[in-house]
Design a protein around this ligand. Structure first.
Ligand code: NAD
Ligand code: GLY
Length: 371
């Protein structure tokens, strides 16, 4: 079992990565969670695959109170949080009891939000089961629910006591979900590490075939890179914003398509391609470095924009984001492979030019897209 420490002083915790690990879960959990009740939150898909394994792994040490949500973003609401509070109250969970999230980012964000707020905060553990959740959403303590006016608008920074990554869970993950997570994986290389980009280039086939040792090495590297950024800037007052590479235009694409067309990672990948295009236009990035990044993005596979998506809709969504931030639209732009800057002054014409290339279907030739 591999262990990675997230160093946040009194809020520090371990990320454990292993396969065939359910029998070892309780022995580690008892070190961070007192015995008693646990609210075990999952969704219907994940529960059908892993509910009984996890429940039986925990039952000798804890009284498990399962609560199962409908899969998907529509469950990440205050109404669903309210249902979870009700289950917790009716089961008599007290302040010493814990919430455990078993699932993807939707389950993790919702369960974490409930843990952060129930009785002003109870211990929380993440057992992420999507690639995206294993490399991103389960690490770093961002928890949230959506509001009808926007995604993740109600939330907190609330660190878990433990993140338990069971690699075997990825075997049942639909391939499209796996590749959406792969977009977040390449993001870490693009923003933080040339060595990691080289590893991904060399081991790509093993990664997507889920070769166990390659998968573990890649997921552990992502967790390590994210842990370092979070340790430096837990509450995103500065550097943590680099984790949002690809998210400015990616989020605008998601919003302009009512969160129905893209998986989050797919939109982020399109956003990263466009960020490379913007960086090239601004002469921040050389053609050779851009090509190297784009070739790797192409291996994940860029999703074409929906036919006839008006650029005004995407630009309006960008403006909305800006209004929410109370400042200029922030772009994270690459300056080399493994390096980015936080950039606030991209001219509208450049954004429109690069966006139009993507919307007009030039994604078939990624290199042309970033010209
Ligand atoms: P998800 O939780 O919706 O899971 C995707 C689908 O895969 C669901 O249908 C789920 O039931 C299914 N699934 C999950 N694990 C499975 C498994 N092992 N086998 C079979 N099916 C499985 O999606 P996601 O991509 O994991 O998370 C997206 C959410 O994460 C969004 O709400 C996003 O806002 C949030 N997010 C949060 C952070 C953060 O830092 N907190 C970062 C990135 C994304
Ligand atoms: N997913 C971005 C962050 O955790 O900051």
């Amino acid at each position: 079992m591999q262990s990675i420490n997230v160093d946040l002083k009194e809020r520090s915790y371990e990320i454990k990565i292993a396969s065939n690990s359910w029998q070892r879960l309780a022995a580690t959990l008892v070190k961070v969670l007192p015995p008693g009740k646990v609210l075990l939150v999952s969704d219907e898909h994940v529960w059908s695959h892993y509910g009984s394994c996890v429940e039986s792994a925990l039952k000798d040490s804890y009284t498990v109170v399962p609560v199962i949500i409908t899969p998907g973003e529509a469950s990440k609401t205050l109404a669903e949080a309210d249902r979870l509070y009700t289950v917790a109250i009716e089961a008599g969970l007290d302040r010493s009891n814990a919430v455990i999230a078993l699932g993807g980012g939707v389950v993790g964000d919702l369960a974490g939000f409930v843990a952060a707020t129930y009785l002003r905060g109870v211990p929380f553990v993440q057992i992420p089961t999507t690639l995206l959740a294993q490399v991103d959403s389960s690490v770093g303590g961002k928890v949230a629910v959506n509001h009808r006016l926007g995604k993740n608008l109600i939330g907190a920074f609330y660190q878990p006591k433990l993140v338990w990554i069971e690699l075997d869970t990825l075997q049942t993950l639909p391939p499209r979900e796996f590749m959406a997570g792969a977009a977040e994986v390449v993001k870490y290389g693009a923003i933080l590490s040339t060595d990691f980009i080289t590893l991904l280039e060399e081991k790509w086939e093993g990664f997507i075939q889920q070769d166990k040792s390659v998968l573990q090495r890649i997921i552990a590297t992502c967790c390590n890179l994210k842990a370092q950024v979070v340790a430096e800037d837990e509450r995103e007052t500065g550097r943590r914003a680099i984790l949002n590479f690809g998210h400015t235009l990616g989020h605008a694409l998601e919003a302009a398509t009512s969160f129905q067309y893209y998986l989050h990672g797919e939109a982020v990948l399109a956003g990263m391609v466009m960020a490379v295009g913007i960086a090239k236009k601004l002469a921040l990035l050389s053609a050779a470095e851009a090509e190297r990044l784009l070739n790797l993005f192409a291996r994940v596979g860029i999703k074409p924009a929906p036919p006839d998506l008006p650029e005004e809709d995407v630009l309006a969504a960008l403006k909305q984001d800006k209004k929410r931030m109370g400042e200029e639209t922030v772009f994270i732009l690459p300056t080399a492979v493994g390096e980015v800057v936080i950039y606030r002054h991209v001219a509208r014409e450049i954004i429109v030019e690069v966006l139009l290339k993507y919307l007009q279907g030039k994604e078939g030739s990624l290199l042309a897209l970033a010209d």
